[in-house]
Design a protein around this ligand. Structure first.
Ligand code: GTP
Length: 924
């Protein structure tokens, strides 16, 4: 690292108005890393010729090998513009859907973003996700339409068609933005007149057109500057005519607004795209050196003889030399960033209500300091993720320095106010509210593959903090004020659905592995690590690529021991299709019997309950203290849905809903006919004495107090049993989904016996309730429910047939197939069972030589219609198939597989050494 540049960076950090913290956002493979390479080359960190090939910010070997970014990395660049130097802190974030949490972490420390779109693939699933994430974080964004070269070289579009195509992409993005804008969710828009700046308008200079591969980019401002001099126009006025239906009349030398026709070309086509197309034609398509030389003279570009000599054999090298001198990508993009994206001072004032809403009321001093990005005020820092320091990272020690920089994790953080200095105590405020005092020993400037130790980090900067690896769990707030409220936690979109169990290859490495797992858990915001009841160590991740990265991190950085990884453990659910059949069970001491029936919950209610999980936890959760408005709003919505619920379930829920489950907030329900519905009272009602003493005439009673040995709350024991059944259904011990249990009858006999050989009575009631619920599930024709991924990919006509064959083989369902206008590209949307998804991406990639990169996101739960216990019963079936069980029963094979994995009994016949057995029989 150049020490002169380094000291300039350190100096610029104390001028927040000159800082821009930017993240590059896009769908996978749209060119983020190639663009960041070009921007990095502007600071002579890498050679411009290697930009796009080196992938400098993909420092991990697996990122280089797979050509995908898996981790956000940051680098500081200097950009001189009009005699002022600006500090650009650039973050390259991953585009793969498995790493959405990395994008969220990167956005929290930034103030602006560059939204990159591959103009051939257009607006994709992840483009929407990252745009939404940036809105939710209150981040301003500029648009970069990348890979324009593909419109010329691959699709052979005319400039007119290209203009229409680009216009349609800009309109599509703006349509999405307007949805966000008018929803105003997650953003506080104070100034209505500011509306225009949220939309992408090439004429305002917040849209760039680029080819990161060919190292060029432009915004309309640059073209307007060039032509304004030649044509004698005001550059600003000319810029506003370069986009839209404006035409230049060379005779009258005037710009007129006219509808598009063959004779009239829009100014964007005439002045911008035509010259660009001509250069590509001279170099890449028709290779015409004479025409090229005359064009270069006209636009006043000098290209070395050496670069020109590649025209026939390596035309792309000549093209890159020409285009990077004509429209250098770094200059266009960096000046767009400086002009259009806010400095920390402006951004923090806007974002504070989104990222730290509690400050205003609870800590006004810090609120003022954060809003103004005051470097002299009290300190507040947000740790957005803990980054593992892998061996590819180099720590630049100062000459003669003796500090031990043996870190495993550093805190990737943003200083929002004050100045963080080394060796100062600071308070770590955990999300739960606990406060820990600790000493900041090490601070680093993040420079891609290099960490540069620094002594301080002022407000508005991004910094790596050492010595926090045992104090901060995933994310956290640091402050010099101990009672400072925490920043808003980073929202998580991706849920960890793929689980594997891990164990060390050598058992004596168990301790190292467990410690390594703890570090891994800290280092990744979207991972879950826990120990299952049977002692297995489970890692739950977002997908296959994520899993590979985590295992690599575990083996190489955290545990540093080899581990074996099980087959992915996919989650299933269990449900029912019949209704009303009852099952009775009795406690082992024969004193309490209960009859339970079960009903399937209709899909629309189930979807509502799925959506409202968090709200339900706040209203009905064990320690919940809900606000009355929240509760009544939920109940009103729920009751509206019940109007379309079939009888008798509707009445049962309305009159006697006793609990949701599991943990009082899931998507199963318990009806207890002795109790009034929890939907009825907005306040929890105290039970009256009379109510609690009522029983039936037969001497049986549902009442605990009448039974001498029953000194516990019987209804709560029912809920506990119901919860146990919810968590582990009868088919293969997977959670239940969409089952409503009805306690039809409870009989308790009085007994004088005080000693019960079967253990505490409460435990017996709980277990019997669990078994009664499970029995009711079995009585009502149970089914397996499997998770489904939504998978979107783009492909050409050439590959589509083969891809569909793979999807069908994997039980996928194609739900949408749209031909992109002007191309032979199909955008396909399919649903794919999670259990079939392993190896799916690799198979598609191999089949299409890497052209297809499917994105899998969890979509919904879907019931497998087949009955797991189906046997031939009717006369006709028996005649046709005999009494043999069905060989290919999918749910049955899933049940057996899961039961085998959990060590539960299966009804499979095990034949070991069949030949040997036959021989033995013969010999006898
Ligand atoms: N034709 C063309 N190809 C490009 C351009 N920019 C990038 N590519 C290619 O697109 C592929 C993906 O580029 P990357 O820069 O790795 O894309 P990315 O968005 O960083 O990918 P992830 O980080 O994995 O999401 C590479 O093969 C690049 O060479 C461009 O402007 N034109």
């Amino acid at each position: 690292m150049n020490w002169k540049k380094q000291s300039e960076i350190l100096e610029l950090r104390s001028h927040p108005e000159l800082i821009r913290n930017i993240s590059i956002l896009a769908h996978v493979d749209h060119g983020k890393t190639s663009l960041s390479d070009s921007l990095i080359s502007s600071n002579q960190i890498i050679s411009p010729k290697l930009a796009g090939k080196l992938r400098y910010l993909d420092s991990r070997p697996d990122e280089q090998a797979r050509c995908i970014t898996m981790k956000s990395s940051s680098i500081s660049l200097i950009y001189p513009m009009q005699e002022t130097s600006y500090l650009i802190n650039l973050i390259d974030s991953p585009g793969h859907v498995d790493f959405s949490s990395e994008v969220a972490a990167a956005l929290r420390v930034c103030d602006g973003g560059l939204l990159l779109i591959d103009v051939v693939e257009g607006f994709c699933a992840q483009t929407y996700t990252v745009l939404k994430q940036s809105w939710d974080e209150g981040i301003r964004v500029c648009l970069v339409l990348n890979k324009i070269d593909r419109l010329i070289n691959e699709l052979r579009m005319t400039p007119e068609d290209a203009y229409k195509h680009l216009n349609s992409i800009v309109e599509k993005v703006n349509a999405v933005v307007s949805g966000f804008y008018y929803e105003k969710r997650g953003r506080v828009v104070d100034d209505e007149s500011d509306e225009e700046s949220f939309f992408f308008k090439p004429e305002l200079g917040n849209v760039a057109f680029s080819s990161a591969l060919d190292r060029w980019a432009f915004t309309l401002r640059e073209f307007a500057d060039i032509y304004a001099k030649k044509m004698g126009f005001n550059p600003k006025a000319l810029c506003s005519c370069f986009w839209g239906e404006f035409y230049y009349n060379p005779k009258s030398k005037k710009v007129v607004k006219k509808k598009f026709s063959e004779k009239c070309q829009p100014m964007f086509v005439q002045f911008v795209l035509e010259p660009l197309w001509r250069i590509y034609d001279c170099i890449m398509i028709n290779k015409n050196p004479e025409k090229l030389t005359s064009m270069l003279e006209k636009i006043d570009i000098a290209v070395s003889q050496r670069d020109m000599s590649y025209l026939n054999n390596e035309p792309r090298t000549t093209l890159q030399a020409v285009m990077s001198s004509w429209m250098p990508i770094d200059k266009s993009i960096l000046s767009m960033i400086v002009r259009n994206l806010p400095s920390p001072i402006k951004a923090q004032g806007e974002r504070i209500k989104v990222i730290a809403p509690a400050l205003e009321e609870k800590c006004p001093e810090l609120f003022t300091s954060v809003s103004a990005c005051d470097q002299a005020g009290p300190i507040s820092v947000f740790v957005s993720k803990m980054v593992s320091i892998d061996p590819s990272i180099h720590i630049n020690r100062k000459p003669g320095e003796e500090i031990d920089y043996n870190e495993t994790l550093i805190a990737f953080s943003r200083v929002f106010s004050g100045t963080l200095t080394r060796n100062t105590p600071i308070y770590v405020i955990e999300n739960k509210g606990d406060v820990i005092e600790c000493l900041i020993e090490k601070l680093y400037l993040l420079m891609g593959q290099y960490l540069i130790p620094v002594d301080s980090a002022p407000a508005g900067t991004i910094v790596g903090i050492g010595s926090l690896e045992h104090v901060v769990f995933k994310t956290g707030t640091l402050s010099s004020i101990p009672d400072c409220p925490t920043f808003t936690p980073i929202p998580h979109k991706a849920s960890p659905i793929v689980k594997v169990s891990v164990q060390p290859v050598n058992l004596y490495d168990m301790n190292s592995m467990v410690q390594g797992l703890q570090m891994l858990d800290r280092s990744d915001n979207s991972i879950e690590v826990y120990v299952q009841d049977n002692g297995e160590h489970i890692i739950a991740v977002c997908g296959e690529v994520h899993l590979q990265r985590c295992i690599k991190d575990l083996e190489e950085n955290f545990a540093k021991v080899p581990v074996t990884v099980s087959e992915p453990l996919v989650s299933f659910k269990e449900t029912i299709v019949l209704e009303g059949k009852q099952f009775t069970d009795i406690t082992p001491n024969k004193l309490c019997s209960m009859t339970v029936s079960a009903y399937p919950i209709p899909e629309h209610i189930l979807n509502f309950l799925d959506e409202k999980q968090e709200v339900m936890k706040q209203i009905f959760g064990v320690f919940a203290k809900p606000s009355t408005e929240l509760k009544s709003a939920f109940i009103e919505e729920f009751k509206n849905l019940l109007t379309t619920c079939p009888q008798p379930l509707k009445t049962l829920i309305e009159e006697h809903l006793f609990s949701f489950g599991p943990r009082r907030a899931g998507n199963n329900m318990l009806i207890y006919k002795e109790k009034k519905s929890i939907l009825e009272s907005s306040e929890p009602k105290e039970e009256t004495k009379e109510e609690s003493e009522s029983g039936d005439e037969n001497g049986s009673s549902t009442n605990a107090s009448k039974f001498s040995g029953c000194d516990f709350d019987l209804p709560n024991a029912f809920i506990a049993g119901f919860d146990l059944a919810n968590n582990s259904g009868p088919l293969c011990g997977e959670p239940l989904r969409g089952v409503c249990f009805v306690i039809e009858e409870v009989k308790i006999s009085n007994s004088e016996e005080t000693k019960d050989p079967y253990g505490p009575f409460q435990g017996q009631v709980i277990c019997t309730m669990r078994d009664a619920c499970r029995g009711a599930v079995l009585a009502n024709s149970p089914r397996i429910v499997e998770g489904m991924y939504e998978c979107t990919f783009q492909t050409t006509q050439e590959h589509i047939g083969r891809l569909y064959a793979v999807i069908n083989r994997k039980r996928g369902k194609i739900v949408q197939e749209i031909l992109t206008e002007g191309t032979d590209m199909y955008v396909c949307k399919t649903f794919l069972p999670v259990v079939e998804s392993f190896g799916f991406s690799d198979e598609l990639r191999i089949m299409t030589s890497g052209a297809v990169m499917p994105q899998l996101t969890f979509s919904h739960w879907q019931m497998i219609v087949e009955d797991p216990f189906y046997t031939h019963k009717t006369q006709e079936q028996l005649e046709e198939f005999g009494e043999q069980p069905i060989l290919e029963n999918l749910p049955k094979s899933i049940i057996n597989k899961v039961r085998r994995r959990k060590g539960l009994a299966t009804d499979e016949k095990l034949v070991i050494h069949a030949d040997k057995q036959r021989t033995l029989t013969k010999m006898r």
